[in-house]
Design a binder for this molecule. Structure first.
Ligand SMILES: NC(=O)C1=CN([C@@H]2O[C@H](COP(=O)(O)OP(=O)(O)OC[C@H]3O[C@@H](n4cnc5c(N)ncnc54)[C@H](OP(=O)(O)O)[C@@H]3O)[C@@H](O)[C@H]2O)C=CC1
Ligand SMILES: O=C(O)[C@@H]1CCC=N1
Length: 286
């Protein structure tokens, strides 16, 4: 029997509960989240972005009608939720600056890789609720994957609003140990880059072997997207089963898989994940 689900009476405007969000740092990751949020219907007038240079702010102000500033303190003062989206190397300086703001009634969300919540609180000189989030750039098209970790000051309301933000731009998963955020970084935050590299190699080889660039791009990106969507749509099948369904004995896929395994493909991927985790730990210890 099919179950018909009534559409939720809540719109994203209701879900956002009038909460105002400030992005401190408006580079690649902030832009991806902001674009995804606005596309999902999050009210642009409830978003402000702060960045030292205007070249990144002007297109956002013009295209999405969010507020912008070069003053982090102005952005922080405006917002209920402050999303720290600067490089980890800049975060100490930003936290020391935000120490001037009373953060007791605000929620801080840091997307910085590696940088621990304890260190954020230390440089803020106060202990506001802090959530660490590790999103990825597919958030731009609301296909992001975000890991979330909540510190002990975080309450259910903070968690709910954080879920609203990151679910508006993709899927989320909470982790219970902060150390797991480095693993999340390796498999979600950074991993689109691994897939882009693999797609690039496939396209280059296809072009080398006679296909047009655009033709190869269309086929490769659709194959990768289709494979990921098939895996998500058929959770009852393991990835191993899905692979075997493509791989005819003695066929073309078997030849490619034998080549990949013979060249230590799985080991190479696992080493890459470990290298990313290690770098996250190093950033956390700097
Ligand atoms: N890119 C990604 O895929 C992901 C990134 N992250 C995390 O997001 C954070 C940002 O990364 P990303 O967006 O890639 O980096 P970017 O360099 O693209 O963005 C950082 C932005 O911060 C701005 N900035 C520098 N100093 C300050 C300051 N004192 N106050 C306010 N803004 C400042 C920079 O401005 P300007 O350039 O003008 O100096 C820049 O626009 C990092 O901590 C990273 O770990 C997390 C998940 C994925
Ligand atoms: O490369 C980085 O350090 C950041 C974190 C995850 C993706 N980009």
């Amino acid at each position: 029997m099919n179950t018909i689900t009534e559409p939720s009476p809540l719109t994203i405007t209701d879900i956002s509960q009038g909460q105002k969000i400030a992005f401190i740092g408006c580079g690649n990751m902030a832009k991806a989240i902001i674009n995804g949020l606005v596309a999902s219907g999050w009210p642009a007038k409830q978003i402000i972005a702060s960045n030292p240079s205007n070249d990144k702010l002007i297109p956002l102000a013009n295209q999405l009608a969010i507020a912008t500033t070069n003053n982090n303190l102005e952005a922080a003062g405006f917002a209920d939720i402050i999303i720290l989206a600067v490089k980890p190397q800049k975060l100490t300086q930003v936290c020391q600056q935000l120490a001037k703001v009373d953060l007791s009634k605000k929620l801080l969300i840091s997307v910085a890789a590696g940088y621990k919540s304890e260190k954020i609180a230390e440089h803020l000189g106060q202990t506001p609720p802090i959530i660490r989030a590790m999103p990825n750039t597919p958030a731009f098209i609301q296909c992001g994957a975000s890991g979330l970790f909540a510190t002990s000051q975080v309450n259910e309301q903070h968690k709910n609003i954080t879920v609203s933000i990151f679910e508006a731009v993709g899927k989320i998963s909470w982790v219970s140990a902060e150390s797991h955020m480095d693993v999340v970084t390796a498999i979600a935050g950074s991993s689109p880059a691994y897939i882009f590299l693999m797609m690039q190699a496939m396209i280059e080889q296809a072009v080398e072997l006679g296909l047009e660039q655009q033709q190869a791009f269309t086929l490769v990106t659709q194959a990768v997207s289709g494979a990921a969507q098939l895996a998500q749509a058929t959770p009852e099948k393991s990835l191993d089963t899905l692979r075997k369904e493509v791989t005819s004995p003695g066929g073309t896929t078997a030849a490619a898989i034998t080549s990949l395994i013979g060249n230590q493909f799985e080991s190479i991927v696992k080493q890459a994940v470990t290298a990313s985790v290690k770098r996250g730990q190093e950033l956390g210890n700097q």
